[in-house]
Ligand binder design. Structure first.
Ligand code: 5GP
Length: 346
């Protein structure tokens, strides 16, 4: 049976410009409020071991965004890291659904954590439901529960009914993800966002954002936040050392590690090896070192502010109300990428 929904992603569409009554892109606001908590920018750094440790969390929350620490460390190390943070109220912690999940949540909530992310590759599952309910029963309404990942209305509705405040959307769009290749499953990300946002909860568009334009499309499609791994990878604030590689002509290039949490490499490091009954659903890379994450955030936020004015929207809620997507052809897409020939100087 073929679904009657045609799945589209960011490159399949463009936003159609609308009348703008806003004087300057400086006048728009990009803030988002979730369960009484305000964030100045709708950005979350992904809870991956090569993206969000202490330094990334401090940087992103310093810009007014949210950060979610990865969980691939002992509970003690996780607590110690959390206690050192500059903005603990804007930093989330992650748990899975295994035996360790509740003890980790308990220890981190005791240390002051208020944002808990229940993070499972296929979140439309009984075990995730059980974990959300257990968190609510144990800790009540004072914690913010983010849960995922899902890519359908049914999945988002299921997590909302279980008690999640925020639904994390994305099955297979990630830059180091191979789930769609390994399993054949997934929903193109723009459609996944549009479907999940029909549920009356905050939505995080997780994965597949490669440009500020993708971020604007994700927000316009109904996301309250965008979560990013690849865009932040290679920056100074990511965990891990910078390695210098010699090129054939004697020059040098600097790299940093970036890997999927379901890659063979990550599973060997954290899950005691790759079980024979499993296939890796992620890849491990060395990416170019990019310098301070500040440059990435400024470019991203500049694009989002400009995007709001192309729509004539003063804030993200207005963008979502007014946005009009046009499905485009491959030629239309190509036209929208820089295509003059010459030597790129900047
Ligand atoms: P990116 O911003 O790099 O496109 O996507 C980041 C997201 O990819 C993460 O937040 C997470 O949801 C997802 N992800 C991270 N590692 C893996 C992996 O190994 N496999 C899959 N399927 N998804 C991953």
């Amino acid at each position: 049976m073929i679904s009657n929904i045609r799945g589209l992603t960011f490159d399949d569409v463009m936003l159609v410009p609308g009348y703008n009554g806003i004087r300057s892109r400086q006048d728009v606001t990009t803030s988002v409020t979730v369960a009484g908590r305000s964030f100045e920018i709708p950005v979350i750094s992904a809870n991956m071991d090569t993206i969000t440790g202490e330094s990334m969390a401090n940087a992103i929350t310093g810009f007014g965004g949210m950060s979610i620490l990865h969980r691939f460390m002992t509970i003690e190390a996780n607590v110690a890291m959390f206690k050192r943070l500059k903005n603990p109220s804007k930093t989330g912690i992650s748990i899975g659904i295994g035996e360790e999940a509740m003890p980790r949540a308990e220890a981190l909530i005791a240390a002051g954590a208020e944002i808990i992310c229940v993070d499972v590759a296929h979140g439309h599952s009984k075990e995730v439901n059980r974990t959300i309910r257990q968190l609510r029963e144990t800790f009540g309404g004072n914690i913010l529960i983010i849960a995922g990942n899902v890519a359908t209305y049914a999945g988002a509705d299921y997590l909302a009914a279980a008690g999640a405040d925020v639904i994390k959307v994305g099955i297979g769009p990630g830059s180091v993800c191979s789930t769609r290749m390994k399993t054949g499953f997934g929903v193109p990300q723009l459609t996944a966002i549009q479907e999940c946002q029909k549920v009356d909860r905050c939505i995080v568009a997780d994965g597949g954002i490669r440009t500020p334009g993708d971020a604007v499309k994700a927000l316009a499609a109904g996301a309250d936040f965008i979560m990013m791994g690849g865009m932040l990878s290679g920056t100074d604030e990511t965990p891990g050392d910078t390695v210098t590689r010699k090129n054939y002509d004697g020059t040098e290039t600097k790299f940093k590690s970036f890997r999927g949490m379901a890659s063979r490499e990550a599973q060997e490091d954290f899950m005691g090896g790759m079980a024979e009954w499993k296939a890796a659903e992620g890849v491990a890379l060395e990416v170019l070192a990019k310098g301070p994450v500040r440059n990435v955030i400024l470019d991203l936020m500049g694009g989002i502010r400009s995007g709001l004015t192309y729509c004539g929207a003063i804030n993200i809620k207005q963008l979502q109300r007014k946005a009009q997507f046009m499905e485009i052809s491959p030629a239309g897409f190509h036209e929208g990428t820089p295509h003059a020939s010459g030597r790129l100087t900047r």
